[in-house]
Design a protein around this ligand. Structure first.
Ligand SMILES: NC(=O)c1ccc[n+]([C@@H]2O[C@H](COP(=O)([O-])OP(=O)(O)OC[C@H]3O[C@@H](n4cnc5c(N)ncnc54)[C@H](O)[C@@H]3O)[C@@H](O)[C@H]2O)c1
Length: 261
């Protein structure tokens, strides 16, 4: 099994959803986790739960789109653990609105969290990776880096930007032992999926629709994303850099949705 013993990893947006699954798997595999979230109470709850389970974890309150808060958060993690080996840029917001109705403020909010936040956190960790002569950054992108949906221009622009930055940095820093990869989830059982179900007029029809669109026949779990992230963070992935690893139950490999699940 992939081990992360001795590694210190920051997971952003780990107060809920996919980030929790990633933090849990890292802790179980022996890594120390900095649970970073702008929601301080959620981050604390997750870190306490990891500690209770025997893991090494701290919570850090931070808005990833704020340069000063990011610098302070990364310094706090380094002060606590003495090193930083990995970063999972998971904090993100989804936003759906027709492009022509979207305000500039709405566009800026998505870009500043999903893309600028990834830049700021990565930039702040670089000196620590240089000090180690190694590092692994996992950027949580999306199946939206393969195909798009109407109303998702700001989200898609941000996620394609994250993928572009990932590939650029993979090329730029491979010789210094620092790896950069994207993990692109399909539909995962977090608030997004709960909202889709809650908004459905017909629950059965909703489930049947998604079963037909996902060859695996189900949504993914945050822990399944954690398992992939753990691999990318680990030395098992020592020759993997610049990848966009799709963890989507086959969703983006299917040409057209099937009539029957
Ligand atoms: N759930 C899915 O189906 C799905 C699919 C593809 C990609 N993703 C991506 O996975 C990531 C996590 O999504 P999720 O579904 O777990 O969402 P979520 O809303 O459950 O969790 C996101 C977390 O990020 C935190 N956050 C938001 N803005 C922040 C900021 N500015 N600074 C710090 N923390 C912030 C939130 O407080 C929250 O705890 C996102 O990047 C999302 O785009 C999710």
């Amino acid at each position: 099994m992939t081990t992360l013993t001795g590694k210190v990893v920051i997971v952003t947006g780990a107060g809920s959803g996919i980030g929790v699954g990633i933090a849990e798997v890292i802790a179980e595999r022996g890594g120390a986790v900095a649970v970073l979230d702008r929601d301080a109470a959620s981050a604390e709850r997750v870190a306490e739960k990891l500690q209770t389970g025997g893991g090494e974890a701290i919570s850090v309150a931070c808005d990833v789109s704020d340069e000063g808060q990011v610098a302070e958060a990364v310094a706090q993690v380094h002060e606590r653990f003495g090193r930083i080996d990995g970063l999972v840029n998971n904090a993100g917001v989804n936003f759906v609105k027709p492009f022509d109705e979207m305000s500039i403020a709405e566009w800026d909010r998505v870009i500043s969290i999903d893309l600028r936040g990834t830049f700021l956190c990565t930039h702040a960790c670089m000196p620590h990776f240089f000090a180690n002569g190694s590092g692994s950054v996992v950027n949580i992108a999306s199946v939206h880096t393969q195909a798009c949906l109407p109303g998702a221009a700001s989200y898609d622009a941000a996620k394609w930007g994250v993928l572009g930055m990932t590939k650029a940095l993979a090329v730029e820093y491979a010789s210094r032992g620092i790896r950069f990869n994207c993990l692109s989830p399909g539909l995962i059982d977090t608030k997004i999926w709960q909202d889709i179900q809650a908004a459905a007029v017909d629950q059965e029809a909703c489930l049947a629709h998604w079963r037909a669109n996902i060859p695996a026949g189900r949504v993914g779990t945050p822990r399944e994303m954690g398992q992939v992230a753990a691999f990318l963070l680990s030395d098992d992935a020592s020759y993997v850099t610049g990848a966009n690893l799709l963890a989507d139950g086959g969703m983006t490999s299917q040409l057209i949705s099937r009539e029957h699940a």
